[in-house]
Design a protein around this ligand. Structure first.
Ligand code: AMP
Length: 196
């Protein structure tokens, strides 16, 4: 796409602080970072939204995100991050070239979890109806049928996962209290100073 700013980065027509590049995908620092190490990961080919992409290419892209998740937070001195796509204009997408954000998160950085993005009022009693609707859409759609692995393979994998989950040690998760988070002092400036 000639006018797409991320396509221009791919073609080298405008500069970017690239951190990883391979034949299909590219990662570079966000020009207006939400946190230290905020990185954008894109497929080099222009798609606007995730669902436009062929599944094989989406797997390649996700594999890059998976690997970068092991590296980016650590390289800026933390352990955690948010990973997300603003997938479409209602979801806040500004650059119409599919991209993932990896946003490193720091203790008491005053940010919100992904659930803080939007708070629509959804009645609890409507949840079963919504679940049924989604399940029916899945059954009627070709999307899952196309990429389905054999049932046998899936069962094996599910047994492995069950075994693993009983072995893995429990992590102590922070209790999120949004009101308290709002009041928490902002340590991100201090952290930035420490980093540089
Ligand atoms: P969104 O489309 O809402 O997911 O956000 C687009 C992101 O791209 C924003 O976080 C911008 O700061 C970032 N961005 C826009 N232009 C550039 C650029 N030339 N280089 C790096 N990041 C950019």
């Amino acid at each position: 796409m000639p006018d797409c700013i991320f396509c221009k980065i791919v073609r080298g027509e405008i500069p970017a602080l690239k951190v990883y590049e391979e034949s299909l995908n590219l990662a570079f620092l966000d020009i207006n970072p939400s946190s230290l190490g905020h990185t954008i990961i894109i497929p080099k080919k222009h798609y606007q939204k995730l669902e436009e992409m062929p599944e094989e290419e989406a797997k390649e892209l996700f594999s890059v995100i998976f690997r970068l998740t092991k590296i980016i937070p650590k390289s800026v001195g933390t352990t955690d991050c948010n990973i997300g796509i603003n997938n479409g204009k209602f979801a806040g997408q500004e650059v119409p070239h599919l991209h993932f954000h990896i946003v490193p998160r720091f203790e008491r950085d005053n940010g919100l979890p992904i659930q803080g993005l939007v708070r629509m009022e959804v009645k609890k009693e409507d949840l079963p109806k919504i679940a049924e609707k989604i399940k029916k859409e899945i059954e009627d759609s070709e999307v899952f049928k196309e990429s389905e692995k054999s049932e046998e393979q899936k069962k094996e994998k599910s047994e492995e996962i069950k075994e693993e989950s009983t072995k893995s040690s429990e992590r102590e998760w922070q209790e999120f209290n949004l009101e308290e988070q709002d009041k928490a002092p902002n340590y991100s400036e201090v952290r930035r100073e420490e980093f540089y």
